[in-house]
Design a protein around this ligand. Structure first.
Ligand code: PLP
Length: 398
């Protein structure tokens, strides 16, 4: 039987596909329409006006007045940019392995010739600021050059408290840089690059920013810029300096992803029109409604620490012996909805519900209804009533 035969024909599906993975997320029509325009001369005056506007409107989303650079690359490229612009071969860096994405970042650091000191969690909570503080206090010779943390670990649905980590670093009076991956939190959850003293913030286009994949970002503190003057890892494409120099004039050192920048322009307008606080509140409310459903089903939330619950996704554990991948395949085939898979050691153990980006109350109810019908269809032991629990929660005034 071919792969094709496993799925009903596309025309059997009525209505739109529910893309409820935690990124890429559903792209609003307004953003799609914005992208659907002729590509212009990226060295001409119209482009410079677009680029300046986008670069200005990006900064408040990061909570910064510092420069933000845009790469035509997925988020992984912006990880690399953060490391190669600030560090030198053999540098010791502290990386907190909170899940699969933190693991991938650590592997990248090793391939680049860095020497990560790795702190593991049980993948059911965020990073522990106290442990980071202790490690830095013990590092009297200041051998640790950077602390790398994933703000929202997309493989587990656990958030790390970046402000508390900054405070721990300050208490240790340690000069390490703070590099933070916000790829699945920026534009969905509160984030303050300047106030939290982050040195490099890494982000991507395809999650809270509601764009297709293809753009990624570094917000760069003054201290990180100064570090870039001495960093000796090889860099060329990712080098901040030619990028920042060209951005000053509204241009890029190489061909930018012009049409994605049209989309970014529209997405930033939407975020600013709605207001970031309202966006964050909506996601927090959807996350809470989702957890009401999961608890009513009698299933377990992967994040075991309520303070660390993610607002952009929820990872749900299945009872021992049940296959999350089989459940996801059934939901895709029967209800035309994609859910996130378990990653690394969580493969087949959890499924992940994305509730970030362009998403409203009824989208959430449709999503949870698909999960509840899928649980029944797959014969997984659960209690009915999760959707009802979410309805009851959402019916309360926001
Ligand atoms: C999606 C994601 C990445 C990877 O980004 P790509 O765009 O796939 O390169 C890295 N970190 C986190 C936290 C993510 O959610």
């Amino acid at each position: 039987m071919s792969e094709r035969d496993n799925h009903p024909p596309v025309e059997a599906h009525q209505g739109r596909h529910f893309l409820q993975i935690p990124g890429p997320t559903n792209v609003p029509d307004r953003v799609l329409r914005a992208i659907d325009r002729p590509t212009i001369d990226h060295r001409g005056p119209d482009f410079a006006a677009l680029a300046r506007r986008v670069l200005d409107n990006l900064r408040p989303v990061f909570g910064t007045e510092a420069p933000v650079v845009i790469y035509p690359a997925s988020g992984t490229g912006a990880w690399e940019a953060a490391l190669v612009n600030t560090l030198s071969p053999g540098d010791r860096i502290l990386m907190i392995r909170t899940g699969w994405f933190a693991t991938l970042w650590k592997e990248m650091a090793e391939r680049l010739g860095l020497a990560p000191l790795v702190f593991d969690t049980d993948w059911r909570r965020g990073a522990d600021p106290a442990l980071i503080g202790e490690a830095l206090t013990a590092d009297r010779d200041h051998e640790i050059k950077a602390v790398c943390v994933v703000h929202n670990e997309t493989s587990t649905g656990c958030r790390s408290d970046i402000q508390a980590i900054r405070e721990a670093m300050d208490r240790a009076q340690h000069p390490a840089l703070l590099l933070v991956d916000t790829i699945s939190s920026l534009g969905s959850m509160e984030y303050r690059h300047d106030e939290w003293g982050v040195d490099v913030t890494i982000a991507g286009s395809q999650k809270g920013l509601m764009l297709p994949p293809g753009l990624s970002f570094n917000a760069i503190s003054r201290k990180a810029l100064a570090a870039a003057e001495h960093a000796r890892l090889a860099r060329s494409y990712w080098d901040w300096r030619p990028m920042l120099a060209a951005n000053e004039r509204g241009f890029f050192p190489y061909t930018p992803a012009t049409n994605l920048l049209y989309g970014l322009d529209a997405a930033l307008s939407m975020l600013h029109e709605i207001g970031l606080d309202a966006v964050f509140a909506r996601h927090a409310r959807h996350a809470e409604a989702t957890r009401h459903a999961v608890r009513a089903w009698g299933l377990e939330i992967q994040c075991a620490e309520p303070r660390h619950y993610s607002a952009s996704l929820t990872a749900v554990r299945l009872p021992e012996g049940e296959s999350a991948d089989r459940l996801r395949a059934l939901i895709l085939a029967r209800f035309n909805m994609s859910l996130g898979n378990g990653l690394g050691p969580l493969a087949d153990r959890v499924f992940r519900i994305g509730h970030l980006g362009h998403f409203g109350d009824l989208d959430l109810i449709g999503t949870l209804a698909g999960v509840e019908m899928g649980l029944a269809g797959a014969g997984i032991p659960f209690r009915a009533g999760g959707v009802q629990a979410a309805l009851d929660f959402l019916a309360l005034p926001a």
